[in-house]
Write a protein that binds this ligand. Structure first.
Ligand SMILES: [Zn+2]
Length: 83
């Protein structure tokens, strides 16, 4: 199997990489994203990862209290930390 490089990390270092399927690759990417967000939040910056959708359609961040008019804008604000 050709080693796959995701985000600069060689997945071949992970045990059982020989049988890595798409789900495993996706899990590795999610884990990397979680690490990135954790590093940002450790500095005291809210990445708006915990949303609550109100009955009027607006979205509130459960951590910092920021409000977005739509769920899409809330997810965009969160995704910007992963660019
Ligand atoms: Zn927030």
């Amino acid at each position: 199997m050709v080693p796959q490089v995701v985000g600069g990390h060689v997945l071949g270092e992970v045990q059982g990489a020989e049988s890595m399927n798409d789900a495993d690759v996706k899990t590795a990417r999610l884990r990397e994203a979680a690490d990135t967000l954790a590093r940002i939040e450790a500095k005291g910056t809210c990445t708006h990862g915990h949303h609550q959708v109100r009955s009027d359609g607006t979205v509130t961040c459960l951590r910092c209290g920021r409000v977005w008019p739509t769920e899409e804008e809330a997810f965009t604000a969160h995704d910007e930390f992963l660019q």
